[in-house]
Write a new protein. Structure first.
Length: 363
C-alpha cells in the first residue's frame, strides 16, 4: 500500500495504546465500518473491551509488533511517548499516521521548541539543559522565576518543577534524574486555550473552534467552547494551528495548546505544547459538532474526506476524576452527555470519564 492511498472501508486500524483515547478511537472506527486492533502492554486496558482484536505485549517486543503490523492496514497511536524504534518498525511495514517526523518533534520538548522557533511561531522563552554546565546560560535566557520540565515523558504536571533560584534549579535537575530538560520562562497568563486540527495525506485540513481550558492540580478539569476570545485572537489561534499542521506535513488530529496573555512584554498568544493525537480538550466535539475528533482522526488517517467542524452548541466538557464517576446518575440531566471509559480501578485523580453539557450556540 502506498503512503497516499485511501484506506478502504472494512480495513483494520492498528492503534498503539489501549487507554480511553484508544477506546474512543476504536468506537469511532467501528462507526465508520472499520475494524480495530489495539496493541498495549496493560492487561486492564479499557480499549480491549471494544476493539475487534488486541495484542497484549510490550511496545519493544519486535516479534509481537511485526505480527501486529501484519494484521492492519494503517497504524496510529493514542499517546506520543511510544519508543522511537517502535514507531520506525511499524512505519516500515504499514503507513503510520501521524508519521515518525511529527512524532519526533512532539515527544521531545527541546525538539518542539526548536521547530517552533524555525517557523517563527511565538512560544515562551526557553533553553535546553543537558547537564549542570548548561544552567547558568539557561537562566540568562529565561530569567527567573521559571519552570524546569523534562524533555520527554511529562504529562499532567509530571516531570516539572517551579524554579525561583539557581540553587533550586540545581536541586530540581537532580530530583528529575539529570535527564535532558528544558527551562521555560514563567509568564503571567490570563487563560489557556487549545485548538484541535485535522489533516489528511492529501492535505485536506480543518480546524475546530478554540476551547478555553481550566486545570486543577495540573490535570484538565474543564474545557469550554466558545472560548472568550476577541475575533482576531481566535483567528490567530486557528491560523497558527494550520501553520503547524502544514509545517509538520501532519496526518491525523493534532492539538495545539496556547497561553493567552495580556502582559505587554510578551506576545498575546504563545504556544505551550503540541500533542500529536486526539486530546482531552477536544472531547467537547463529541456532542458539540457533527464530526467529533475521534471520527475525524479515523477519516484523516484513512485519507477520507474530513467531516464538518461547525460547532452546533456551546459545550462545557467536565472530566470525571476518581470517585466522581460514582455520582454519575446525580450529575445527569437532559443536556448532560456522559462518556465513561470502562476503567476497572478507581484511583484519586484518575480520569474515569467525562460529561459534555450542551447549551444553545451563542456565537
Amino acid at each position: 500500500m502506498t503512503e497516499m492511498e485511501t484506506i478502504p472501508i472494512g480495513s483494520t486500524i492498528g492503534i498503539l495504546g489501549g487507554g480511553q483515547l484508544g477506546r474512543m478511537l476504536a468506537l469511532a472506527a467501528a462507526r465508520l465500518g472499520m475494524k480495530s486492533h489495539i496493541f498495549c502492554p496493560d492487561p486492564d486496558s479499557p480499549a480491549f473491551d471494544v476493539c475487534t482484536r488486541h495484542t497484549l505485549a510490550d511496545y519493544q517486543d519486535k516479534e509481537a509488533l511485526a505480527a501486529f503490523a501484519n494484521t492492519i492496514d494503517v497504524a496510529t497511536f493514542e499517546f506520543e511517548n511510544i519508543p522511537a524504534e517502535t514507531a520506525r518498525q511499524i512505519a516500515a511495514q504499514v503507513p503510520l499516521r501521524p508519521g515518525t517526523d511529527a512524532l519526533s518533534v512532539s515527544q521531545d520538548r527541546i525538539a518542539e521548541r526548536a521547530f517552533l522557533a524555525r517557523h517563527h511561531i511565538p512560544a515562551t522563552r526557553s533553553a535546553p539543559i543537558l547537564s549542570p554546565a548548561d544552567m547558568e546560560k539557561a537562566i540568562s535566557i529565561t530569567g527567573l522565576p521559571a519552570i524546569l520540565k523534562t524533555a520527554r515523558l511529562g504529562y499532567d504536571g509530571k516531570g516539572q518543577r517551579q524554579i525561583s533560584s539557581p540553587e533550586q534549579l540545581a536541586d530540581a535537575f537532580t530530583e528529575l534524574g539529570r535527564v535532558p530538560a528544558i527551562l521555560e520562562t514563567r509568564i503571567p497568563f490570563d487563560s489557556e486555550i487549545s485548538v484541535i486540527a485535522a489533516r489528511t495525506p492529501d492535505e485536506d485540513l480543518c480546524v475546530y473552534d478554540p476551547a478555553c481550558n481550566s486545570h486543577e492540580n495540573h490535570i484538565l478539569a474543564t474545557s469550554r467552547v466558545p472560548a472568550p476570545l476577541e475575533p482576531a485572537m481566535r483567528e490567530q489561534a486557528i491560523s497558527t494551528a494550520r501553520t503547524i499542521a502544514k509545517a509538520l506535513d501532519y496526518c491525523g488530529v493534532l492539538a495545539v495548546e496556547f497561553f493567552v496573555s495580556s502582559t505587554p512584554e510578551v506576545p498575546p498568544l504563545l504556544v505551550n505544547e503540541l500533542a500529536p493525537r486526539v486530546h482531552n480538550s477536544g472531547h467537547w466535539t463529541q456532542n458539540g459538532c457533527a464530526t467529533d475528533q475521534f471520527e475525524q482522526h479515523i477519516r484523516a488517517i484513512c485519507n477520507w474526506p474530513l467531516g464538518s467542524v461547525e460547532r452546533l452548541h456551546d459545550v462545557t466538557m467536565t472530566n470525571l476524576l476518581g470517585d466522581d464517576v460514582l455520582n454519575l446518575p446525580e450529575m445527569l440531566g437532559p443536556d448532560q452527555f456522559p462518556h465513561i471509559y470502562g476503567k476497572r480501578d478507581i484511583r484519586p485523580g484518575r480520569k474515569m470519564g467525562h460529561i459534555n453539557t450542551i447549551a444553545p450556540r451563542t456565537n
